[in-house]
Every structure is written in structure tokens, then in C-alpha cells.
Ligand binder design. Structure first.
Ligand code: CA
Length: 229
């Protein structure tokens, strides 16, 4: 749930804004002077600020400027004076939007929702996503190196994981055992291609419902293996 701070000294306006925002499912708190507003905006985790310009203590311009130095949350400024809007624009304070009093609660609500949606998109894009392959019930998470089969996690050794991932990333391509050995174990490795057969067998035991009739890794007799698309 998004948490919103309203910094507003006129209690009737603050309460009106709060009521509307709460009806839309937001968690809303009010600071009724600039000093409290600034300190809470800086020290607490809010998702959006609604900031009146004329405030006792620190004014809205200064709060906006200081918050913007450390936080990129949306800031909507509110003012009764047309001149203030020009100032907000001109000063480059980093406010995302502004509304003039009197405003309709619906107008403010629409802006709050639009800015929160945009901010959500930005922050969710910033979180790195795991690199995941999904093939008919099998999920291979390359980032966390975990494999689940129909939702159940299966333990994979390093080489089993590498071999399954390699095949799954190249579906419909037939590889010889020599090619797979070279790819996964490397040319310099000791061992022989029988290792590939053993690993394929172990992988099938983990991912196939019926190992005698494999649905994922097919044996191409006399050639090698292929991951079915
Ligand atoms: Ca005011």
C-alpha cells in the first residue's frame, strides 16, 4: 500500500485530501507545519508527497528542494497563488506536478495515481530481474541457479545445471556427446564422453515424468541429444 505524506497547515484541506486518498486505498499522514513536514519527509519512507507552499516553519519550496537532494519520490505542490506556480516551474525545484487551490479532490486524486504509477514503473524497472527460462513446466532460474519442475524445486549439481541450461537454450539443435562434453566440461578436462550420458540420465530422473519416454531431452540414436521445443 502506498504511503503518502500531506504537508498542509490548513486542517480542513488536509483532512479533505486525506479522506479522498484513503478512499482510494492509500495510507495517508498529515504534517501541519513545515518543520515537521521536512523532517518526516526526509527520515521516513513515503511514496509520494503533497506539499503546500505557504507553511509555518519551513516553506514548501525549501522542503521540495531538500527532499529532492536525497529522494526521487513524486512531489505534488499545492498553492493558492498563481505566482507560486511560475516559481515552482522557474526554480527547477524538482517538483513533479502542481495544483492551484481551490482544486477538486478528483483532480488531485488523478494526479496522485498517475505519478505513483509512473514511479512504480521506474522503481520496478530498476530492480534487476532474474534471468529465467521456462519450458513446459520446467523453470530454470539462471540467476539463482535453481530448477523447478511443475513448481517443485529439484537439486541440481553444477554440471547437471550447466548441461540442462545449455540444451534448453538451444532447443531443436542436435548435439553430439563430444560437443556437449567440450561445451560443459571444456577441452582441457579429464574425463570422457560417457560422463555426458551419465549426466543426461540424472537430469532426466529429475525432470521427466517417464524417463523411458523423455519429453524434454531426446536421444537421437547414433548422433547425440536434442532438447525438444
Ligand atoms: Ca498554507
Amino acid at each position: 500500500m502506498s504511503r503518502i505524506l500531506i504537508v498542509e497547515d490548513e486542517l480542513s484541506i488536509a483532512e479533505l485530501e486525506k479522506d479522498y486518498l484513503e478512499l482510494s486505498g492509500f495510507k495517508v499522514e498529515i504534517a501541519n507545519n513545515g518543520t515537521e513536514g521536512l523532517s518526516r519527509a526526509l527520515s521516513e519512507d513515503f511514496d509520494l508527497l503533497i506539499l503546500d507552499v505557504m507553511l509555518p516553519g519551513v516553506d514548501g519550496f525549501e522542503i521540495c528542494r531538500q527532499v529532492r537532494e536525497t529522494k526521487d519520490i513524486p512531489i505534488i505542490m499545492v498553492s493558492a497563488k498563481k505566482d507560486d506556480i511560475d516559481k515552482i516551474r522557474g526554480l527547477g525545484l524538482g517538483a513533479d506536478d502542481y495544483v492551484t487551490k481551490p482544486f477538486s479532490p478528483g483532480e488531485l486524486m488523478a494526479r496522485v495515481k498517475a505519478h505513483l504509477a509512473r514511479y512504480d514503473r521506474l522503481t520496478s524497472e530498476a530492480v534487476p530481474k532474474n534471468d529465467i527460462l521456462e519450458i513446459r513446466g520446467i523453470t530454470i532460474d539462471k540467476t539463482s541457479r535453481r530448477v523447478t519442475v511443475n513448481g517443485v524445486e529439484k537439486p541440481f549439481t553444477v554440471k547437471e545445471f550447466d548441461l540442462l541450461t545449455f540444451l534448453a537454450e538451444h532447443p531443436n539443435h542436435v548435439y553430439t556427446k563430444d560437443e556437449l562434453f567440450e561445451q560443459i566440461w571444456g577441452m582441457e578436462s579429464m574425463g570422457d564422453v560417457a560422463t555426458v550420458t551419465v549426466h543426461i540420465k540424472k537430469i532426466r530422473e529429475k525432470i521427466e515424468a517417464d524417463t523411458s519416454n523423455p519429453q524434454y531431452i531426446e536421444t537421437i540414436w547414433g548422433v547425440g541429444y536434442r532438447f525438444k521445443l
